[in-house]
Structure formats: C-alpha cells, structure tokens
Design a protein around this ligand. Structure first.
Ligand code: GLU
Length: 476
C-alpha cells in the first residue's frame, strides 16, 4: 500500500444476531486506526447469507456502536460516496467482477450437483485425504447463466507467504487453495468473494478481523492476483479467550450481548477502555484511558498476537475508575434512574457514598435497599441493639442525649463538620459507647456508612427525630 494513501477501515458484520465483545472490539480497533490517521471508517453490512440472518440485527449493531461512541463516516444508515453499504444491494458489482473473472478464464459454472460434491467429499474422507474441489475441475463447463454456482478457478496452485500487521510473516501450502464459490445459486455472492470486491470499491486499506480468516487468506490472495488487486493490509486480531483462558470465548462463557452491559448500567467509556485493552496495550503503566486518549496512543504494533482473556473483574474495576472520574453532576444523573424513590435532597447528598460502594450503576438494583434503604425508611430497632457491648441503658441514653444537643447547634453542611463536632465528645466518652448507639439509632445497621455521613444525608431534622424516638424507647 502506498504510504500516502488515506487510511480507510471498515467494520463489516453479518446481521446474524447480537453483537458480543469480539465483534465490538473489531469495530473499535478499525475505528481507532481510522481516527488516529484522520482516515475514513465505514460500516458495511454483510447480509449475503440469507439463511443465517436474524431480524433486528442491524439496528442492534448500530445501537451497540453508537453507545460506545464509535461513529462512521459512511455506512448503511447514512450512505456515502460508496453506497450502498448493504451487500444484498450491491449485487451488480459482484456480477461485474464475476464477468471479468469469467472472461479471464478464472471462473466457471459449477457442473456438479450437491449430491455429487458430497460423494467426492465422502470418498476423500475414506481415503483420509483433504477434499479439494479443484481436483474435480472439468476441462469445460456450460456457460454461466446464474442458476448454478459460479466457482473461482485458482489461476496458479502455489504456496503463499504474506505479511500480517500483527502476526508477521505467515505461510500456507498449496492445499490451502481451492476453487471456492464466488456466487451461489441463489444469486448472492459468498463472503470470500464479496468482501474483496467491496473492500476494493470502497478503497479499504486495512482489514481488521478475527483469526478465523487466516486459513482462507491464501484463497483471498489468489483472487486478488486474478483481479490484479493490491491487497489491503491484513490486521488479524487476537482471539478472545474464556475467563479461564483455556478456550475461545463462546456464548456460554460470557460472550454476552454488548447491550446487556448498557442495560446493567456500565459506562460506555469504561466498556470502550476494557475492549481496547483486550488484545492491545500502549505500553506503560496507565490503564485508564478515555476513547480519545486510546485513539492518540493506538498503534498496530501494540496489538497482541496471543489470545486475550475476558476478565470481568477488570471490567468492574475499570468501570469504577471511570465512574469516579465523572463530575458530581454526571454521577448524579447516572445514579438517578436507579434510585427513583429517593428524594432529590437525599440523593444529592448521597452521591459520593453511593459511588464509593458500587462498581456499576446497575448494582444499585441489588444493594440499594440493604445499604441505603434506611435513608428513606425509618428503621425499627429494639432498644437492646443500641447498647454497645455491656453498656447499660443509661450510658446509651446519656450519650445519645448529649450527641443530640451537639447536633442541634451545628451546621449540617458537610459530614466533616458533623464529625469534627462529635469526635471530641466521642473520644472523651469512648468511641464505641457514643458512635455505636448513634449509628444504630439512625440506620439500624451494624455495618453502614459512618454515622456522620448518615447525619449529613438525613439532615438535621430527621436525625434528631430518630434520636428522640430512640431516647423515648430507652426511657420506657
Ligand atoms: N462478515 C464477516 C463476519 O461477520 C466479517 C469479516 C470481515 O471483517 O471481513 O464475520
């Protein structure tokens, strides 16, 4: 590829179901490389296998990419210079190149029925050798009328050596070449053919894709040669491995729908960061990066060639770090939908405490009642529970009374101010003897946020009401 050519990358998913981490990571790397080089990023949909198509996949792909902030310059929904971007609407292009191949003598009508091909395959298996269609190639076949498959006629059977930007030099022997189908009997092209024509017409310079395509690369190379096309740069991404690291990630090992993470309240920039580091690392210590920082540092040399383990613990950590970096206002907006039963007043004061206790917003669904429920619902506590160790009722009562008197006269504008007012008294009387009854009275919990924060969040009036109620209980 000449150096001065504008970088063009593409993400070319097949609409066969939901997007999982692997697919999105491919998109992310292709996007980052285009952005890094002020190039073009294209979203193309490869919908030529009608039997595998799943309805709703295209909007799902679009929503997933948009959620992560991956935008495209040309693509299915927005059009562009090389429209259309849906392969099923590009059949004329494939026909055009099919004809060129036929004219050059590099394509022919498949003369066999499916049964005949199966019989060849069975025979090869019996003889314990690889089945190669090209060994059954006939001298001449009938003129292609589009009703039968059109096959590629490999011009030269040879071994290949090529360069991959990640894997380095790769080689394959002659057995990797075969007369594959270009256009099926239903009129649709195969992936092997269509992507090469599209990449050519769209000016794609770098092809980022999974390692399952390495085995077919010699076939692609022989087709590039037949059409006199200079191949793009191949950038093979490392496989994503299951959390145990011993096999490729499958749906059962957590290859879940990327939009599930959105629903669970993960931050898109954390997911972006996580996916970027799944098989790439800029070197250095910094692991928390914004999408723009990732683009800035992105390079093909730092894409790993060995598998990347999917570690959800790391995602949790990254999400928390990104959550902590958000402004207070952004955190409030993020939390609010999960805490609709909390008044604005309480929630506004509770933000730092919540951020401290969760890794992702959706966690609030499971922990909010246990951890924060007492802020909106007065706890019902038996008086024995506020007694610290073997303190008697009079000690607890006296300490609560004195704390109440301190609280009455101070400013409640921060937990720190409250702490500074109460601590000297607590230190004098024994921290446990003072702070235990206070925490228990306000929250009903043995383990909770510190009592000063509880006071601050509850506000002066509510804190004093709760203490008064307990004092009454202790008195009776
Ligand atoms: N349509 C192919 C897939 O979804 C894309 C492979 C490629 O990027 O060339 O696996």
């Amino acid at each position: 590829m000449p150096n001065n050519k504008k970088v063009v990358t593409r993400f070319a998913p097949s609409p066969t179901g939901f997007m999982h981490v692997g697919g999105v990571r491919t998109a992310l790397y292709a996007w980052a490389w285009a952005r890094k080089n002020n190039g073009t990023f294209i979203l193309r949909i490869e919908d030529t296998d009608k039997a595998r198509e799943v309805e709703g996949s295209i909007p799902h792909i679009i929503e997933s990419l948009k959620w992560l902030g991956i935008n495209w310059d040309e693509g299915v929904d927005i059009g562009g210079e090389h429209a259309p971007y849906l392969q099923s609407e590009r059949l004329d292009s494939y026909q055009k190149y099919a004809k060129i191949l036929i004219e050059k003598g590099y394509a022919y009508t498949d003369p066999y029925t499916e049964e005949e091909v199966s019989a060849f395959r069975a025979q090869a298996e019996l003889e314990k050798r690889a089945f190669l269609y090209r060994e059954h190639r006939l001298e001449t076949t009938e003129i292609w009328d589009g009703k039968k498959p059109l096959r590629f006629k490999v011009p030269e059977i040879k071994s290949y050596k090529w360069n991959d930007a990640v894997r380095g030099e790769l080689t394959a022997g002659e057995e990797a070449l075969d007369d594959f189908i270009l256009i099926k009997s239903d009129g649709y092209p195969t992936y092997n053919f269509a992507h090469i024509i599209d990449d050519l017409e769209m000016g794609v310079t770098h092809v980022m894709r999974a390692d399952e395509f390495i085995a077919s690369t010699p076939k692609f190379l022989s087709l590039y040669e037949a059409l006199d096309i200079v191949p793009p740069v191949f950038v093979t991404l490392p496989p994503i491995l299951s959390p145990e690291g011993n096999k490729k990630l499958g749906k059962r090992d957590g290859a879940k729908d990327i939009l599930e993470y959105k629903k669970e309240g993960y931050l898109p920039e954390a997911m972006f960061n996580f996916l970027a580091f799944l098989g790439w690392n800029p070197g250095g210590e910094q692991e928390i990066m914004s999408p723009m920082e990732i683009v800035e540092h992105f390079s093909l040399e730092h894409i790993h060639s060995s598998g990347a383990m999917l570690n959800e613990e790391k995602l949790l950590w990254m999400n928390k770090e990104h959550m902590k970096k958000k402004s207070y206002e952004e955190q409030l907006v993020g939390i609010k939908p999960y805490m609709t039963e909390y008044s604005d007043e309480i929630l506004e004061r509770l933000v730092p405490t919540i951020i401290d206790r969760i890794n992702f917003y959706g966690e609030l669904h499971t922990i909010k009642d246990i951890e924060f429920g007492f802020f909106i619902k007065r706890p019902q506590i038996e008086r024995e529970r506020v007694l610290f160790k073997d303190d008697g009722v009079d000690v607890a009562s006296n300490n609560l009374e004195n704390v109440k008197n301190i609280l009455k006269d101070i400013d409640f504008s921060s937990a720190d101010i409250i702490k500074q007012a109460i601590m000297p008294y607590a230190e004098k009387e024994g921290k446990g003897n003072v702070l235990w009854p206070l925490r228990m009275t306000l929250s009903g919990q043995e383990k909770s946020v510190d009592p000063f924060t509880i006071c601050f969040v509850l506000g002066k009036e509510e804190s004093i009401i709760r203490i008064d109620e307990m004092l009454k209980k202790l008195d009776s």
